[in-house]
Design a protein around this ligand. Structure first.
Ligand SMILES: [Zn+2]
Length: 315
């Protein structure tokens, strides 16, 4: 499931093979078109939207295939369910969470998307779910070997080129000391903190690409497909084991956070320093004024004495 809130979007993976929507008999997606790699099911009220979705899916599939190391299979078309309204997507998917905008299933390899653009662009949701579908195909029976944080991190990395919102969430959690350990995000994400779980997943994958190159995910997936071992694959792709990788990522986050924290302290100190300087300046000025007043009074006294001496009667 792909879910959209004001600042974040979420996708929930279904690894259950026996997923039943229970609404196939009453679907609004009564029209079908086939492309080289997709069977597109759509609402006949908007064939142009379906054509647009099919084109985006085709372009994204070719890009993802190259990036992740997959050979597109024309004889194995991916079912793409294109909903023209968010309401119909939610209703037919039976989603209790009304912010969900996309789903990908391992069983029938079906991708369902809210293509209305009401919450996220059609391209974002298709790219996200298609990443899952491509990863499912690359890994095959070893799909469960890839931790959930890596699944979702890859999907976000591939579909969201501007991770500012994720970075802000991770930085805030680091500042608060509330980061979730990646080891706790291998199979499921915590419901109430899923936004942070997705943000951390995205951050970890971007760290992998930044540190070990853009082909690291491809090498990782290829090795898991062969051995079924995430640890072995990660070592092949990066030269470090999972514990070390997680430690490196956490270190990079805290390093970035240290800069943020230092800046905050300096900013706070800056405010206090200005207040203290203002008080010191006030005190110095008062002392100068007092001294000036005393000097003036002394001069007045001297003048007065001079006058008195001048006017002394005996003179
Ligand atoms: Zn997802």
């Amino acid at each position: 499931m792909l879910r959209r809130l004001p600042v974040m979007q979420f996708c929930w993976l279904f690894f259950l093979l026996l997923f039943i929507s229970g609404s196939a008999s009453a679907t609004v997606l009564t029209a079908t078109m086939t492309t080289t790699y997709f069977t597109v099911h759509y609402d006949p009220k908007d064939p142009y939207l379906a054509e647009s979705a099919a084109q985006v899916a085709s372009d994204e599939l070719l890009r993802l295939a190259k990036d992740l190391g997959y050979e597109p299979e024309p004889q194995r078309r991916i079912p793409l369910m294109v909903y023209r309204t968010h309401h119909s997507f939610i209703k037919e998917g039976g989603h209790k969470d009304r912010y969900v905008v996309g789903t990908a299933h391992t069983g029938d390899e079906r991708i369902s998307v809210d293509a209305s653009g009401a919450f996220v662009t059609m391209k974002t949701v298709i790219s996200h779910e298609l990443t899952h579908a491509v990863v499912f195909r690359i890994l095959g029976r070893h799909v469960d070997a890839l931790p959930l944080w890596m699944h979702e991190g890859l999907a976000k990395y591939q579909s969201e080129p501007y991770p500012d919102a994720d970075d802000a969430l991770v930085a805030q959690a680091a500042a608060d000391g509330t980061l979730i350990a990646l080891a706790d995000l291998k199979k499921r994400f915590p419901g109430k903190r899923s936004d942070l779980a997705y943000a951390e997943s995205s951050s970890a994958v971007r760290y992998m690409v930044h540190k070990y190159g853009s082909s690291a995910p491809k090498r990782l997936l290829a090795e898991i497909a062969k051995s079924g071992s995430f640890d072995k694959a990660l070592f092949e792709a990066t030269g470090v084991v999972e514990k070390e990788f997680v430690s490196q990522w956490a270190g990079s986050i805290s390093k970035r956070y240290r800069l943020l924290r230092t800046w905050r302290i300096l900013s706070a100190l800056g405010g206090s320093t200005m207040a203290i300087l203002a008080i010191i300046a006030f005190i110095i000025r008062r002392k100068r004024m007092a001294r000036a007043a005393r000097e003036w009074e002394w001069e007045e006294f001297e003048d007065s004495m001079s006058r008195q001496l001048r006017d002394w009667p005996h003179r």
